[in-house]
Design a binder for this molecule. Sequence first.
Ligand code: NAI
Ligand SMILES: N[C@@H](CC=O)C(=O)O
Ligand code: NA
Length: 820
Amino acid sequence: MRVLKFGGTSVGSADNIRQTASIIKSYQEKYDTTIVVVSAMSGITNALIEAGKKAAQQDETYKEIHTTIETKHLDTIRSLMEVSEQSSLIAQLKVQLNEIDELLHGIFLIKELSKRVLDMLQSYGERMSSLIIATYLTQEGCPAKAEDARKFIRTDQTFGAAKVNQSYTEDAIQTYFAGVDYTPIVTGFCASDHTGETTTLGRGGSDYTAAIIGGALEAEEIEIWTDVDGIMTTDPRIVKDAFSLDQISYEEAMELSHFGAKVIYPPTILPALEKKIPISIRNTFNPAYPGTMICEESGNEELPIKGISSIKEVHLLTLSGSGLIGIPGVSSRLFSALGNANINVILITQASSEHSITLAVLPEFAEDAEEAITNEFSAEIERGKVDIVHVEESLSVIAVVGENMKHTPGISGKFFSALGKNGINVAAIAQGSSELNISVVIKNSDLKKALNALHEKFFEQDLNTIHLYMIGAGLIGSTLLNQIRQQTEFLQNDQKLKIRLAGLANSKLMKLDEKGLDISLSKEELLKDAEPVDVAQFVDRVKAMNMRNSIIVDCTPTMAVVDHYEDILSNSISITTPNKLANSGSLADYKRYQKAANRRGVKFCYETNVGAGLPVISPLNDLKYSGDQILKIEGILSGTLSYIFNSFDGSVPFAEVVRTAQEKGFTEPDPRDDLNGMDVARKILILAREAGYALEPSDVDVENILPQSCLDAQTVDDFYAELESNADFFENRREQAANEGKVLRFIATLENGQASVNLEAVDQSHPFYHLSGSDNMIAFTTKRYLNEPLIIKGPGAGAEVTAAGVFAEVISIGNYLVNG
Ligand SMILES: NC(=O)C1=CN([C@@H]2O[C@H](COP(=O)(O)OP(=O)(O)OC[C@H]3O[C@@H](n4cnc5c(N)ncnc54)[C@H](O)[C@@H]3O)[C@@H](O)[C@H]2O)C=CC1
Ligand SMILES: N[C@@H](CC=O)C(=O)O
Ligand code: NA
């Protein structure tokens, strides 16, 4: 024996009724007895209530609502059945519609809508729908009969949410349905008291009716047919990848419902739970899908949690003060006061210091709760022993629920790390000792981010999404975009990382989209129809989007983004950048960024600041952290200058060699930043700081190798012209060195805390003599690498290697954010 319940949408139109009827038919073929419980057609219960209220307010438009109700039912009948078969059903419906009309007229006359009358009024919704469905089924060759639940569900007289007299009702149901040889189509939601007066069962009413009948008849299963595929892991409107669970336990279903998931109203489960009858949640419009089974066992051992539910808007009330410590009876007074005021408390926490008790309530209860507590503790408040009640608003509760959490270490670690890495502040925490749920209170502006981050962490271990925002789409930026494009599939398969480009900007345009820009497009197409750039606004928008696992990549050569670094990091957004300006400004700024990142537990990465893609900063830190002492750093730190002096053999003029270096993508956007030694000075400054020396930019001694006229040139083109007219200047220096068997090398040195940058002539014995191409070479002399320095060598500039260095950091930050 099975009890099937169909909700408002399933019986909400002629088409839907046909669909519902076809499911009922298939059950008739499979099972001996099937009892069906139906809701009112969708929208009808609300319309009845609305009409009742209007009538009570002397608003004659209640009649229009009545007409709408009538039309909906009669139209449904007309499109459901042949004309010849309609008349008797329409006649029966008309009787009910007339009764509704009379009832509304009565309400209009006495100007009052009591709960008792409202229950009577609402009952017509189910009474009409059950009649239509039963008649239709019978006509379709499946014997069915509308059954009025008021005949066997007996309640008290709490109109609107009546309590069921269980033993009377069970007996009545057993007697009523003994030996039925048709399919009863029972009105959900309605019942009656001992005088025969109509009552209703309150929230979750029709589900409850199904559970009561199923319980009384010890059904094999109770099936709740609705318009979704079952119980979802979380709210699919907020988390796109939410999916339907195949099985959960009664307790899990109740916990999920308590925290907002509109799964099933907990009291409706009780009659099934007592008899251990499984309840399944099925989709009328996808009957092939098995849906979710609610039963004794939680199932799905591989899922550490079953669902993440949330309540979007709660208020947090805190009672605190020395007067609470060690005094028995405080919480009993608190909760009695709240209980007497009929306030439902969602969550409670008290730290063992006993200094404060915090509780969450729905906003509609907040004022009354505050008043109740203030009154209860007024004497203590007056004496200063207890503080006035503190109320916080704009908060949400999130709860992760699952039986498998029990005795499984690491779940709360995972939970809080996902919140922490995403900069989500937790205002209160509660975990029941049943270990069935962990609940936290967070700002409601963080709700979407939190649900997505947690869902990904617990349910989508297969794929984690990184939100990337790129500012600067020049040489390095667009090369990085290409690399990401090429690697997308590999990263998804191998690293389980999905990179979503959620924002892109250059010096003219910007575009942001939290769903992700189409990375397969070219840079130009990506920025088509984009708005004019405003970096401050870009950053504000990234903050407002508040997406999980966010990383900003600064591929500009300017201060435009650097000015926002502290703000970005303080908002728990990581940064990776090849731009050296942040780390080569004042020491105080350098420290500020590090501090902001550390405080928020996010990453600020800049390996490409020195030696481009070559690992330089990271091994330097490894030396330092493992207790080595950096004695000396010597390096060719400019790819441009390395290339220039490695190729400048007198065969072509100096200016042409510089031009080639620029064409090869080695130079800064303005090559003078390389030639004037500034780029190298910045790099040695950064290395010195990483090695632990507190240097300011002015502490670096830089030899300028450019004639004044080159420095003064207004544009890069003018600069090249000046370079050409100063050809002799460079040629002379080269010749002089060559005559001594030496070559020119632009060398940065850090020794005894002193940093300098000089153009030196070195002979064959010098390790820097044999460099080629754009190679950088860095030699670390340390306490451990004393006689032979640790050497790093390789191309230290260029689009591919630099972009790859940045890309590697995006991946490593991504892994840090999602895996801890
Ligand atoms: N080229 C190389 O080998 C290496 C370059 N770098 C650094 O990489 C960074 C990028 O260099 P490139 O790509 O070569 O420069 P680029 O001049 O080709 O590109 C710069 C990009 O930044 C954008 N931009 C400039 N100012 C902006 C602003 N105020 N707001 C928004 N966007 C702005 C430009 O529109 C352009 O898209 C620089 O900081 C450079 O020092 C670091 C290591 C190696
Ligand atoms: N212009 C720089 C690029 C890398 O930082 C260089 O030439 O090294
Ligand atoms: Na590097």
